[in-house]
Design a protein around this ligand. Sequence first.
Ligand code: HAM
Length: 427
Amino acid sequence: MKFKAPRGTHDIWGKDAEKLARLEDFARTIFRKYGYGEMRVPVFEDAALFSRSIGESTDIVEKEMYVFEDRKGRKLALRPEGTASVVRAYLENGLSQALPVPKLFYMGPMFRYERPQAGRYREFFQIGAEYFANPDPTADAETILLAREIVGSAGVTDAVVNVNSLGCGKCRPAYRAELKKYFSDKKGLCADCQKRLEKNPLRLLDCKIDSQKFSDFPKMSGYLCDECRGHFDKTRKLLYSAGCEFVVDDRLVRGLDYYTRTIFEVRSNALGSQDAVAAGGRYDNLVKELGGEHTPSVGFALGSERVILAARNAETVFESGAPATRVFVAVAGQGLEEAAFKLVSQLRKDGPESDRVKKILTLSVRTVAEGPFASKSLKSQMRLADKFNADKTVILGEEEMKRGVIVVRDMKSQEQVEIKAEEVTGR
Ligand code: HAM
């Protein structure tokens, strides 16, 4: 029987694994600059945490969660997103007291039973951030700038920020009612939208089938209460003064119910229909709904695979600094395995300034060393050195060792030099 990775999941290796690690490295550096600390939360949680936070009637909770029972019959779910878990952890660990400015970031896999396609998976990686207990528009603007900076630093050059305001518990109900009235008269809505009309009419605005059919629909901007309008105006002003370009998008809504006021998406044209590389917004009521004090908060998450896809023409950004020099250590003859093994270990340990590295490489860069493969013939070791893309191959030969020398071959020019063995093996 042959096993395959489950549908919608993928193995990440080689260049892709390097890119993911690089993206996470960039993000960590940028998060620290903005004063964020790292948070690691469980990959599974009480399923009710997600249904309470994200909303019972959302697609994520209704159709996409991986729910299971453990051996004691507890109903658990693989996390479909990070916000609910981080809010739970914020409350459980008393972080409102422990952290003077509670800003937390996280990264890791999320799980949603969606129809897989390019840029949409059932297991995908997110990098996210939550900024607690700041009701001011500065927190909204800062979060948007942060998301854009990470996406931009990864090489997504065409990223566009879209913003909208969803209002609050005071002004949204009237808007919802108005939207429902507007769409109730429309003929030919898709089956999903007919259901959405009852439960969540706002979602009709981002329906891939129906939304473009209508343009004279009521806009939330016409229904915002004074406080929400003031908040949205200020957020836009702050973004503008920070030099962040953005588009106000009346159709922008979210697939998670916890949002209030500002919502945003960072989009790239390079992605086709799954064009959101990052998304987020304000959620002023969620902490209270999960049992805490009233704690207005804001956050976002980016989809790592999507950022990497959107940045695929900016390869260089993901390359990890100065290229390493690759050294292959081969043996020719009996009884040299130990000396060769020691040399490889020393090369891996040595810094670029070490005499040993300088002697072999005449270069002061990082070293990646491989070998020895003493059970292979010299010929197949050299073939392997080629495949390994070695810049230099160090050959420990029986004859040469008797003369106290080892051979260093430059793999490009094929030139060979002998150097004193004691200078590199330390004997
Ligand atoms: P979300 O919009 O559901 O928001 O997901 C954020 C990002 O994750 C999306 O913009 C997309 O790049 C990526 N993503 C989502 N689903 C998939 C998928 N099936 N395959 C690949 N990538 C995907 C949230 O998750 C919120 N927790 C964001 C947030 C944090 N809001 C406030 N704080």
